[in-house]
Design a binder for this molecule. Structure first.
Ligand code: GAR
Length: 203
């Protein structure tokens, strides 16, 4: 019997804004009986997010919290925080979640919020990472999973995966190569982080 048979899985929420392919990879990985995290909720800040239908098709609860319905960033985040607590969420995975989070929210979830970023941080923080890597004539590019802190894409790095940039690369071909790596790396990292949380619980 493994340690995860003895203790509850780590209740995890995924925050998305778009197509949700990383969310799908995480949900599918978490369907394995011995995976230490359970995806209890997917939240999108955009009603048009294609990931919501995908999460529902996979049997995961979804909640849309449209940031445009709130007067302030803080009130939007307070509602997210309320919904996360309501579902006893212990860990958050940002997966293509394209809203900047305020310091109060980040501090509240410090050490319990992960993000996937499409570059080899600290290179290319922010947007348009693939175009910028090609423009900079990088020969290697990739993705990073990191903890979320108060800066933009500055939190403690957990893992990275690299791809090579060929001379004929376009931002589309590079994005597809990197995304493929994200889909393997993120579930592996979530597994390690959740196992570590479970280990801490048993101490
Ligand atoms: C992914 O490439 C992810 O790394 C990136 O958005 C894409 C979401 O794809 N995230 C960021 O740029 C965050 N700064 P997905 O919705 O198909 O998972």
């Amino acid at each position: 019997m493994s340690r995860t048979d003895l203790v509850e899985k780590v209740k995890t929420a995924i925050l998305i804004s778009g197509g949700g392919s990383n969310m799908v990879a995480l949900v599918k990985a978490a369907q394995a009986a011995d995976y230490p995290a359970e995806i209890v909720l997917v939240i999108s800040n955009r009603p048009s997010s294609g990931g919501m239908a995908k999460a529902e098709a996979l049997g995961v609860k979804t909640v849309c919290i449209d940031h445009k319905d709130f007067k302030t960033r803080k009130s939007f985040e307070q509602e997210m925080d309320r919904v996360l607590r309501e579902h006893d969420v212990e860990l958050i995975c940002n997966a293509g979640f394209m809203r900047i989070l305020s310091p109060w929210f980040v501090r509240h979830w410090l050490g319990r919020q992960l993000n996937v970023h499409p570059s080899l941080l600290p290179k290319f923080k922010g947007l348009h990472t693939h175009e910028r890597a090609i423009e900079a004539r990088e020969t290697e590019h990739g993705c990073t999973i990191h903890y979320v802190d108060e800066g933009m894409d500055t939190g403690e790095k957990i893992a990275q995966a690299k791809v090579s940039v060929s001379p004929s690369e376009t931002s589309e071909t590079l994005a597809a190569k990197v995304l493929k790596q994200e889909h393997t790396l993120y579930p592996n990292v979530l597994k390690d982080v959740a196992n570590a949380l479970i280990f801490r619980r048993t101490q």
